[in-house]
Write a protein that binds this ligand. Structure first.
Ligand code: 13P
Length: 163
């Protein structure tokens, strides 16, 4: 299954996502209660996948759901960057990130880097509860899916050639 429109001008690459997904769960402090409540409600769906998280979120979700969650470092200590790296290395398929719309974070640049890299690698991402509900219940969560990644090198080349 894939959502690719064929355009011979674009040389994309494909990342094959397995039926069992690697899901990253992240929440800023004021959004943690919401994420934990959402995770509890969707425990059955989440239990079918491999779970990852930033330090505090990951351990809270693990405790609440009684499921294994691989916890990276805490967000302010580099956890967002570790998850960004995992996305680049094709080790994370899906991201649920309840970020705080009302408060700047000391590590805002890391948060922005993670959000940016998720777009670059075309990761399905939900940042609020209704989007997370739609995402976790999608039939694509249970099937193979070919995720297309735009080949941005063509654009770099054009920018460079124009100089
Ligand atoms: O700050 C975060 C994401 O930017 C979340 O980190 P924690 O899960 O360690 O609180």
């Amino acid at each position: 299954m894939s959502a690719k429109k064929s355009n011979p001008m674009i040389k994309d690459s494909i990342q094959a996502m397995k039926p069992k997904k690697n899901i990253a769960l992240i929440a800023h402090d004021h959004r943690k209660a919401d994420l934990l409540d959402w995770a509890e409600y969707n425990r059955e769906h989440l239990s079918e996948h491999n779970l990852f998280g930033t330090g505090t979120t990951g351990s809270l979700v693990s405790k609440k759901l009684d499921l294994p969650v691989f916890a990276f470092k805490s967000g302010p200590l580099g956890g967002d960057l570790q998850i960004g790296t995992a996305i680049v290395q094709n080790e994370i398929d899906v991201m649920i990130f309840f970020w705080d719309p009302l408060q700047a974070q000391p590590h805002d640049v890391d948060v922005k880097a993670l959000q940016r890299i998720s777009i670059v690698y075309n990761i399905p991402m939900a940042c609020n509860r209704s989007s997370a509900d739609f995402l976790i219940t999608s039939p694509l969560m249970k099937t193979k899916y070919d995720r297309f990644i735009v080949d941005y090198s063509q654009r770099f080349k054009k920018d460079f050639d124009a100089q």
